[in-house]
Design a protein. Structure first.
Length: 214
């Protein structure tokens, strides 16, 4: 009887030891994932869907920039006009999720680089900081700087606005999705309210879409 109990306790000890050792002996799948690859933002990447992607933003901003810089109503004025570009005036009515600022900021940078002084851009995003600095100068907290002193900050002559629209069609049996985008750009006279320039960019995509845009 004593010998039987001894064997039972020994077997139980082996079982406990085996359970305790199992985390160290069991193979755990812990994949390192895919290696990082730099993408050419002008080309389609490995992850593609029917939404607006980097190559679409690059292509449309380049096209709009070139078109604006050959429009005499904008760039052939005796005094370079002041232009306001703000993402809040660019309205997304499409089913595509995107950061509108990627369009407006890239367009602003491209225009500023290539206009060579024929267009002047107003930094309305910095109005709060500018007004605070002007107040400190006029109160004598800081000196007047080295450039100039003006009665007021720059007013805008033109506003660049736009609208993103889309039309979707989904095949119910297969989930195949077709999306057509139409993106309009408008340069508006901020005194008269007339549109002095318009641009249009269109493209369509079809895919069995399983991409999540963030």
């Amino acid at each position: 009887m004593i010998r039987a109990r001894t064997i039972a306790f020994a077997s139980l000890g082996l079982m406990v030891a085996g359970c305790a050792a199992s985390p160290n002996t069991t193979s755990v799948r812990n994949s390192a994932g895919a290696a990082t690859v730099y993408n050419d933002i002008r080309q389609s990447g490995a992850v593609q869907g029917v939404g607006i992607e980097s190559q679409d933003i690059v292509s449309m901003t380049d096209q709009m920039m070139r078109d604006m810089l050959v429009t005499s109503a904008l760039v052939d004025r005796p005094t370079p006009p002041r232009v306001i570009i703000d993402q809040d005036d660019f309205i997304n009515e499409s089913t595509s999720r995107l950061n509108k600022r990627m369009i407006t900021e890239r367009l602003k940078v491209q225009l500023n680089r290539n206009a060579q002084g024929r267009l002047i851009f107003v930094g309305r995003d910095y109005t709060g900081t500018i007004e605070a600095e002007r107040a400190m100068k006029r109160d004598g907290v800081v000196d007047g700087g080295t450039i100039r002193t003006t009665q007021a900050t720059a007013g805008g002559d033109f506003l660049l606005g736009g609208r993103i629209m889309s039309l979707d069609a989904v095949q119910s049996q297969t989930g195949l999705t077709q999306r057509t985008h139409m993106i309009t750009f408008e340069m508006v006279d901020l005194e008269l309210g007339t549109i002095v320039w318009t641009g249009l960019y269109e493209f369509g995509k079809t895919a069995q879409d399983d991409v999540i845009y963030r």
